[in-house]
Ligand binder design. Structure first.
Ligand code: C2O
Ligand code: CU
Ligand code: CU
Length: 472
């Protein structure tokens, strides 16, 4: 029997029992299978969010003959959605019930380095161990959390959750959804492969099962004529999603660091691992079935020669929305970083072969953890020069701050595209110059967010404010 069917039977039985005692049963409440599990706030203080977060194994239907033994935060994949507002204090009582060490990194969140949950800032939490994370949420936007130990395995197996931080004013839409995109590779019997095939070593592991909020063959129901807001996060190890819904133009209203000052329109939305995009769009006015696909995109090694990939079914159905809202065309003013000073900090990204003949990924010619650290002063604005010497794109990530693109291959970035990013695609054989500034001292990691690449060596750190390397 298919695992999904067994579960359906079980929940049916539970429903019958629950209804057995009372009056005639009303129609069961409609549950949205794409709804993320809300994190339970244990604090009565409206400005404090206090949660218990346990990393543990749980069974999950990933399309194999048997359930897959996923690694989860709190039993669900993806993990809980933490909803907060700007300025809230987040307190997380973390417990590790996995069979191996882990830690929780808060991707994109500006916080004190001791709370960053990276190998540069924290000792891994051993099985059975606990750690308390505690920090203020300073920025509005969509952020996420994931392990920073063996990320190619731990994130792949399901460890990822979302933090949504709301501003005092948010765009007015009919409906807002958070979409967590993922693809996982499972064997026919539901187990996870323990090896990496050559393509996965090179490009990062791409899965045979596409998940939207943990659901296979997802169906997204939209009302005709509605103004939708999709807040999209890619938690895949290696896959770039290049999203398209035929007949729909996405208005990009925000990205990693929050809302954009000048929204812009696209027909396809490219989103690399760990990036976030916030889009608004008008749903077509007539009912019908559309498809959300990932269109071919060349990120190296002929990866763009493949056919489009089905991501979800989009069902335009139900009561049409008649009181039409308008697409946001202006966002809040974005604070521009001051003129950078000093010499650029260069990060050269490349691939190569080790003495043993293995494929390696390098940062400035070296393999983590022997990559020499870069240094910069607290509060100073510097240029990071991200030079990709390899034949494929690398989504490069900087911990603990945002950066703003200055030039792409020497061409100035149009002012209308100004955005706070924490992860950006550095295309094959190209150079990006970005400006950044740290407001917290410490050892901050930088790395490619294709997990097989960072684990394969493309990882380093920036030491801010005269601190010493933690000597991982
Ligand atoms: Cu998602 Cu080191 O990051
Ligand atoms: Cu990060
Ligand atoms: Cu990479």
């Amino acid at each position: 029997m298919r695992p999904g069917f067994a579960r359906w039977l079980l929940s049916g039985a539970a429903l019958v029992m629950a209804c057995g005692s009372g009056a005639p049963a009303a129609a069961p409440p409609k549950v949205d299978p794409l709804a993320l599990t809300p994190a339970q706030d244990l604090s009565a203080d409206p400005d404090v969010i206090e949660i218990a977060l346990t990393a543990r194994e749980a069974d999950k239907d990933l399309g194999g003959a048997r359930l897959s033994r996923a690694w989860t935060y709190g039993g669900t994949m993806p993990g809980p959605l933490i909803d907060a507002k700007v300025g809230d204090l987040l307190v997380v009582h973390f417990k590790n019930e996995l069979p191996e060490a882990t830690m929780v990194h808060w991707h994109g969140v500006r916080l004190p380095v001791a709370m960053d949950g990276s190998p540069s800032s924290q000792k891994p939490v051993q099985p059975g161990g606990t750690f308390e994370y505690r920090f203020k949420l300073r920025d509005a936007g969509l952020f996420w959390f994931h392990p920073h130990v063996r990320t190619d395995v731990q994130i792949e197996r399901g460890l990822a959750g979302v933090i949504r931080v709301r501003a005092a004013r948010e765009p007015e839409v009919d409906e807002e959804r958070v979409l967590v995109l993922d693809d996982v590779r499972v064997n026919e019997d539901g187990t996870f492969p323990t090896y990496l095939d050559d393509a996965s070593k090179m490009m990062g592991r791409e899965g045979n099962t596409v998940l939207v909020n943990g659901v296979r063959d997802a169906r997204i129901a939209l009302r005709p004529g509605a103004l939708e807001r999709f807040r999209i996060l890619n938690v895949a190890n290696g896959r770039f999603f290049n999203l398209k819904i035929p007949g729909v133009r996405f208005r990009v209203i925000g990205t990693d660091g929050g809302l954009l000052e000048s929204p812009y329109d696209v027909e396809t939305l490219l989103i690399a691992p760990a990036e976030r995009y916030d889009v608004a769009f008008e749903v077509p006015r007539s009912s019908g079935i559309l498809s959300l696909t990932s269109e071919p995109y060349e990120r190296g090694h002929e990866s763009g020669a493949r056919p489009p990939l089905a991501v979800a079914t989009v069902a335009v159905e139900g009561e049409p929305v008649t009181a039409r809202k308008t697409l946001p065309d202006r966002g809040p003013a974005l604070a521009r970083l001051p003129e950078p000073t000093g010499a650029p900090i260069v990060f050269a990204l490349d691939e190569g072969t080790s003495e043993k003949g293995d494929l390696i990924f390098t940062l400035n010619g070296a393999v983590w953890p022997v990559v020499p650290a870069a240094r910069m002063g607290l509060g100073e604005t510097r240029v990071l020069e991200l030079t990709n010497k390899s034949e494929m794109d690398h989504p490069f990530h900087v911990h603990g701050t945002f950066f703003q693109v200055l030039t792409r291959n020497g061409a100035p970035e149009p002012p209308a595209r100004l955005a706070d990013k924490d992860t950006i695609i550095v295309q094959a054989k190209s150079t990006l110059r970005v400006a950044t500034r740290f407001d917290e001292p410490g050892a901050w990691m930088v790395h490619c967010h294709i997990n097989e690449h960072s684990e394969g060596g493309m990882m380093g750190e920036i030491l801010v404010g005269g601190v010493m390397s933690s000597g991982h």
